[in-house]
Ligand binder design. Structure first.
Ligand code: ATR
Length: 273
């Protein structure tokens, strides 16, 4: 039986076992996918077990994404740019690390708003943490004209913009008003929105009427940012799809079948939020 895992600390709230378990059952595979609590101290020992052939691979979540990056035998170039690994594939070539968050971001928007990136002249990305890295790489890959990276701590945005390069320019949250007019996309990558917290200073009324607003926070599904965007008649995409779509490449690498993100799967996960 092929075994896969998700490791994290804490891990018990992870929805990944539900997602992969649904696909395993759907395809009638002799496979398992289990959530395993692994502390930072126990991480090297666990990685040795994976190297020993106990698992075909698995997912990696908070707080291990950077540590696992350093423990891989081979890291995919995009995961190297993002500087974090969320998917491990074990095999004859040793332990290979990937980052599927950027594909999750793109897969979600592609499914919800086909054509969203065509001719996109400017995107505003809020936040400069780990999640922002994957999204900046994704937007850069799609050829977005200008990516405006805004963060509460502008120095962090400037550092990240210099690292990612290309069309990324940096600023503080106060610079939003100056850039909003030409922005076709706004992405929240910060934790603001969880438990109802909100940005106090962003005026969504400054965005073009065709702008799309998306959030990576999915608890609640409709964050205050998305609710306000909807109330203003702007298009929105919630963050749950990113979670579902980031799971696709891992499942395909471990089990050889590319699974579908269906409305039924989405409803099953939504029911647990
Ligand atoms: P992750 O890896 O999930 O992206 P992170 O690396 O801790 O998490 O990054 C969190 C991001 O949310 C940062 O951009 C942070 O801004 P700072 O760099 O200024 O800390 C942003 N953030 C968190 N809480 C915030 C708040 N109350 N207001 C504005 N930005 C906030």
């Amino acid at each position: 039986m092929k075994k896969a895992f998700v490791i994290g600390h804490p891990i018990r709230h992870s929805r990944s076992p539900l997602i992969h378990g649904t696909w395993i059952a759907q395809h009638g595979l002799a496979a398992s996918y289990e959530a395993i609590e692994v502390t930072p101290e126990a991480l090297p020992g666990f990685i040795d077990r994976v190297r020993g052939g106990e698992f075909v691979g698995g997912n990696v979540t908070i707080p291990h994404k950077e540590a696992v990056f350093a423990l891989c035998d081979e890291v995919d170039p995009l995961a190297r740019t993002i500087a974090a690994v969320n998917t491990l594939v074990a095999g004859a070539r040793g332990l290979r690390g990937f980052n599927t968050d950027y594909m999750g971001f793109l897969g979600n928007l592609d499914q919800a708003r086909p054509g969203w990136s065509e001719g996109l002249a400017r995107a505003i990305v809020l936040g400069a943490g780990g999640a922002a890295r994957a999204i900046l790489v994704a937007l850069r890959e799609r050829g977005v004209g200008q990516i405006v990276l805004l963060n509460r701590t502008p120095e962090k945005a400037a550092e990240l913009a210099a690292e990612i390069g290309g069309p990324v320019v940096a600023g503080g949250l106060a610079d939003y008003a100056r850039h909003a007019g030409g922005a076709g996309l706004v992405v929240n990558t910060t934790s603001i929105g969880m438990h109802g917290s909100r940005f106090e200073t962003l005026d969504l009324g400054l965005l073009p009427s065709k702008a799309l607003v998306t959030d990576i926070v999915y608890v609640p599904l409709v964050t205050p940012l998305l609710a306000e965007a909807r109330a203003r008649g702007l298009a929105t995409v919630d963050g749950l799809g990113m979670l579902l779509h980031q799971a696709v490449p891992g499942f395909e690498a471990w089990f050889g079948i590319r699974p579908q993100v269906t409305p039924e799967l989405r409803r099953a996960v939504e029911a647990t939020l």
